[in-house]
Every structure is written in structure tokens, then in C-alpha cells.
Design a protein around this ligand. Structure first.
Ligand code: FAD
Ligand code: SIN
Length: 549
């Protein structure tokens, strides 16, 4: 074996990310070939692991597919793609049954007939109780089971502490091979093994991007540290289309407790009767929407933002003190315990809450089989844009979309892989670190992460304006330039990879927000306060020329 071959890992399928999208795909394709799952931290660390409310699906006789479809379309404010919504809703119940068959234990209750049935929660924008959940730790339960099942498969290998740096396409090849003949092709990814500090080539016939969200763009987010938009930035650099990145969803209710990391207070709390109140006790949501506390998220987050600006207070409050205390403790054990550890007994006191960056509704453009517009590249879950969520995702439709699209992607991906074990790749050069050095100058740009978070929070938040977006654009260009220069002359580290990706995605979000000259769903600007269906009933699409490194 040549020394350079030591850094090559080959598999039929490469999966980037070990959340619900990546693991459910990996499990299924493992019956048709070898699977390398890379994940940049510990295997369970993902947005999935923190999901609270549950998975929306039509599993009750009181509910219909048509109602779930209409609720989702309404939430999407005119931009959801009906075909995508229909298939996610219609295929949902089968995926829920499959999760249960793998061992996921969802919460149950006794029906009047005495039969044990799934307990269905309610969340904003849903006209029926349809949220299948595992108390308030749905994601943890799903992640636990998916990891257990993945480890039982001989064909799946999970590489922890491996962070993808860039997707491998023609741009990384030498000589004439650099020029794509037709569509670009993806042969895997350059991946940094964080422990050995070596960049390896992970080569695969099919690559799935399942790298999750971008919450770390903002100072206050419900997302864990891994959510730095790596997949979006990599796909964009590779030349894939990305769309609708202006639709960053802010969750209305994260715990307000300065000095601690943001912690989500699930929308299911309002679904069970929680009431949003101002400091003086007034419940205000009925002034903003007929559905009051259960209005769609964009409406609730904007209402809180407006009330806080008006009053100058730091937070509003969520009141569940009127609910039975035993019920509250049993239905929300995680939220109850977390708040109690900070000195708030939610059965007795109101919960201080503020909105926090939560979910990216746009992403890498994919078709109904999860295929991006680069050959052999698929994307599922939060990183992808299949058109389901439009301008505003409905609560608990994200886990659903991820698991349905991962299933759909499997069918195409296994066809593409063909006979297992036969590999034919072009000559893919090893990662080049020529001219780079191990820098001690990291301190020079280490503050850029916080600066990006601040500028996104201040200028690209719940309420926007041209002036603020322009200011954000100017500043992000300076930061991007600084990071790019540093990147070109320095050995890659995981901090640097994430920083570069955050800056890239920040720039894309700002650019998308400036493109959309109207207010719709999650994108609200004081310069164009109305929805403009005549000119803007369309996605904002951006594509780079595909530059590789
Ligand atoms: P994730 O679960 O985020 O997984 C991404 C994976 O990619 C991680 O393993 C990460 O380490 C890895 N990764 C990222 N970049 C790289 C890289 N460069 N190299 C290698 N690995 C990488 N949705 C609902 O539908 N219902 C809910 O109740 C709900 N509650 C939520 C509560 C919270 C607090 C949060 C944060 C989100 C919630 N959501 C909910 C949203 C939902 O959890 C996510 O959208 C969904 O889990 C995304 O799944 P995913 O598989 O796409 O990504
Ligand atoms: C929540 O539990 O409120 C989060 C649900 C979601 O983001 O879909």
C-alpha cells in the first residue's frame, strides 16, 4: 500500500451525520452495502437528541391526511411544495410504525375503551392532536434506538470525532479531469480525524449529507454546538443549489436564564394549556392570532419580540401553574427537572422565556428522492430543502420529514450503488497541506465566531430591515475574507472548519434575506411589511460556481 493510500476509507455509502436522517438511512442501506457514518463529536450529539415535542403524524381516527396537509401548507405561507407535503404526511404513519418496530417507546395512555393507545400531543398550527412523543424527550429515545440498531449491523461503522471538511467533486481532481463532463459528481468527502489531526479521503459511491442545522449562527439558540451549518456550506462550495435560507425559525419559548445555555421549553407545554403572559400577568397572544397561544411559531415569536420591545422587559412568561402538578411533572419530566435545577418549580412559578434561533427551513435543494443536483449526492433532514416547510415549519414536522425523506432516498441510493464492493473512482489526490503551517495565530480570528453570532442576532433576527441587512452584509464580507486568508495558510482544525462554515452560511442567509423583497412567514422586514404573492411566490435560490477547497 502506498503511504497516501493509508488515508483512504472506502464504503458503498458515506453518511455525514448521526442524527435521525443519517442513522435511519444508514440502517436501511446497510442491507445493500457497507456504510461509513462520520460524526463530528460523540455519536449521539445532534439536534435529534434534544428534540422534545415529538413527531407529527396522522395516527388517530379523529384526524385525516387532508387536515395535516392543509395545516402544513398554511404554516408554510404559500411556499410549501404540495407534492412534498403530501408524501411526507401520507408516508408518516408507516415510518412511525417502523420506528416502534425498531424499539422506540412512545408515550401511551389508556383510552376510554381501556385500550392502550399512543398519547397524542398538540402544538402550534396543528388543528388536531397528532404529536407522537416520548414524554418530553422524544429525540433522545429515537437516537438511542437508532444507534442501538445501527451497531447491530455488521455493515455499519460509525466514526466519531470525524468532521467532514469538503465534499469531493471534479474540483479536487487533477488535469483535465477537473472539468466536469455534464453534471458534477460527488465521490465522498475529505474528513478530518480530530484525534490524529489527519485529513482522510472517505470515498463512497453514494454520499448522504445529514449534517443538521445552523442554530449556532445566533448568540441565543436551542441548538447544540454541532449545529454550525457545515453541510450547507460544503454543498454550496461544491456547487449545489441552496434555497430559502432567509427562513430561520425562532422558537418562541426558550428558557430565559442568563448565564446558562439556552434550554427549550417545548411548544407541547402550550399544547397542554400553558399560557404566555407579560410580566403584569396579561395573556397577550389572543391579541395577535385567533389561535392565541397555539398560533404558528412565526406569529408567536414576533408577538413576543414586539411585546418585549414595547415594554423594555427582558422576557415574557409561560404559565402552567393552573395545570395539575402531578400531570406537569409526568408529562414534562425533563423540562420540570431542568427548571427545578435552576430554582424554578414550574408547577408553582411562571417560566421566564424568550425566543431563540431553532430551525433552518431552507437548505440544500433536493428532489422528492432526496437527490441534490450533484450526481451521487443526497441530502436529508434539516440540511435539506425538499419544499415541505415553505416559509415556516410547523412544529414536529421536522423529525417526520427527516425520517420520510431518508426512507425515500434509500430506494434511489441502492440503485445507484449497484453490486457491492466494486469500486471505481477517479484518481483523487490526498488532502494538500502544502504551504500551510500549524498556526499559533488562532487567537487572531478566534473571536470571529462570537462576532458572527452577534451580528446575526442584531441585524438578521426576527424583525429585519434593508439597513440592518446591508450592515450585516458589509461586516460578514470582512469576516469571511479574514477567515479565508487564514484558512489558506493554516492546517485545518475542527474550530477553523466550523468557523469558516458559519461565516459562509451567515453570508448566504443575509444574501437570501436581501433578495426577498416582501414579508412572508419567518422573514419579516419593516421595509416590505406585506406579503407579495404576485412577485414572491417563489424560492430564493443561490448556487456557487463550485470552488472546492
Ligand atoms: P441532526 O440530528 O442535527 O444531526 C446532525 C449530525 O451531523 C450530528 O451527528 C452532527 O454531529 C453531524 N455533523 C454536522 N456537521 C458535520 C461534519 N462537518 N462532519 C461530520 N458530522 C457532522 N423537530 C421535531 O420534529 N420535533 C421536535 O420535537 C423537535 N424538538 C426540537 C428540540 C430542540 C432543542 C432542537 C434543537 C430541535 C428540535 N427539533 C424538533 C428539530 C429537529 O430535532 C431537527 O431538525 C432534526 O433532529 C434534525 O435531524 P438531522 O438528522 O437532520 O440532524
Ligand atoms: C418543541 O418541542 O417545541 C419543538 C418542536 C419542534 O421544533 O418541532
Amino acid at each position: 500500500m502506498q503511504p497516501s493510500e493509508l488515508d483512504i476509507v472506502q464504503a458503498d455509502f458515506l453518511v455525514i451525520g448521526s442524527g435521525i436522517a443519517g442513522l435511519s438511512f444508514a440502517l436501511k442501506v446497510s442491507q445493500h452495502g457497507t456504510v461509513a457514518v462520520i460524526t463530528k463529536k460523540e455519536e449521539a450529539e445532534s439536534n435529534t437528541n434534544y428534540a422534545q415535542g415529538g413527531i407529527a403524524s396522522v395516527v388517530s381516527t379523529q384526524d385525516t391526511f387532508e387536515l395535516h396537509i392543509e395545516d402544513t401548507m398554511k404554516g408554510g405561507a404559500g411556499l410549501s411544495r404540495r407534492e412534498a407535503v403530501e408524501l411526507v404526511v401520507r408516508e408518516g404513519p408507516e415510518r412511525i410504525r417502523e420506528l416502534m418496530s425498531w424499539g422506540v417507546q412512545f408515550s401511551r395512555r389508556k383510552a376510554e375503551s381501556g385500550e392502550e393507545v399512543l398519547d397524542l400531543g398538540r402544538e402550534g398550527g396543528h388543528s388536531r392532536n397528532r404529536i407522537v412523543h416520548a414524554a418530553d424527550m422524544t429525540g433522545r429515545e429515537i437516537e438511542r434506538v437508532l444507534l442501538e440498531r445501527a451497531k447491530e449491523s455488521e455493515n455499519v461503522r460509525i466514526y466519531e470525532n470525524h468532521i467532514a471538511v469538503d465534499l469531493i467533486t471534479e474540483h479536487h481532481l487533477r488535469g483535465e479531469a477537473r472539468t466536469p463532463r455534464g453534471k458534477l459528481h460527488c465521490w465522498g468527502a475529505y474528513v478530518l480525524d480530530i484525534e490524529s489531526q489527519k485529513v482522510k479521503r472517505f470515498l463512497a459511491k453514494v454520499t448522504l449529507l445529514a449534517s443538521g442545522g445552523v442554530g449556532q449562527l445566533y448568540s441565543h439558540t436551542t441548538n447544540p454546538k454541532i449545529a454550525t451549518g457545515d453541510g450547507l456550506a460544503m454543498a454550496y462550495r461544491a456547487g449545489a443549489e441552496v434555497a430559502n435560507l432567509e427562513f430561520m425559525q425562532f422558537h418562541p419559548t426558550s428558557l430565559y436564564h442568563p448565564g446558562t445555555m439556552a434550554f427549550l421549553i417545548s411548544e407541547a407545554v402550550r399544547g397542554e394549556g400553558g399560557i404566555l403572559r407579560l410580566a403584569d400577568g396579561r395573556d397577550f397572544m389572543k391579541n395577535y392570532h385567533p389561535k392565541g397561544d397555539l398560533a404558528p411559531r412565526d406569529v408567536v415569536a414576533r408577538a413576543i419580540d414586539q411585546e418585549l420591545k414595547r415594554s423594555g422587559e427582558e422576557c415574557v412568561f409561560l404559565d402552567v401553574t393552573h395545570l395539575d402538578a402531578d400531570f406537569t411533572r409526568k408529562r414534562f419530566p425533563h423540562i420540570y427537572g431542568q427548571c427545578l435545577s435552576l430554582g424554578i418549580d414550574i408547577a408553582k412559578s411562571w417560566i421566564p422565556v424568550v425566543p431563540a434561533a431553532h430551525y433552518m427551513c431552507g437548505g440544500v435543494v433536493v428532489n422528492l428522492e432526496g437527490q441534490a443536483d450533484i450526481q451521487s449526492l443526497y441530502a436529508c433532514g434539516e440540511v435539506a430543502h425538499a419544499g415541505v416547510h415553505g416559509a415556516n415549519r410547523l412544529a414536529s414536522n421536522s423529525l417526520l420529514e427527516a425520517v420520510v425523506f431518508a426512507h425515500r432516498a434509500v430506494q434511489k441510493a441502492i440503485q445507484e450503488v449497484g453490486p457491492t464492493g466494486q469500486f471505481s473512482f477517479p484518481d483523487i489526490p490526498p488532502w494538500s497541506e502544502e504551504g500551510t503551517f500549524d498556526s499559533e495565530e488562532w487567537v487572531v480570528i478566534s473571536h470571529d465566531r462570537a462576532e458572527i453570532q452577534l451580528l446575526m442576532t442584531d441585524y438578521v433576527g426576527i424583525v429585519r430591515s434593508n439597513k440592518r441587512l446591508q450592515r450585516a452584509k458589509q461586516r460578514i464580507h470582512i469576516i469571511l475574507q479574514e477567515i479565508d486568508e487564514f484558512y489558506r495558510r493554516t492546517l485545518v482544525t475542527s474550530d477553523l472548519i466550523e468557523l469558516r462554515n458559519l461565516a459562509t452560511v451567515a453570508e448566504l442567509v443575509i444574501r437570501s434575506a436581501l433578495m426577498r423583497k416582501e414579508s412572508r412567514g419567518l422573514h419579516y422586514t419593516i421595509d416590505y411589511p406585506q406579503r407579495d404573492d404576485q412577485n414572491w411566490l417563489k424560492d430564493t435560490v443561490i448556487r456557487s460556481k463550485g470552488a472546492g477547497r
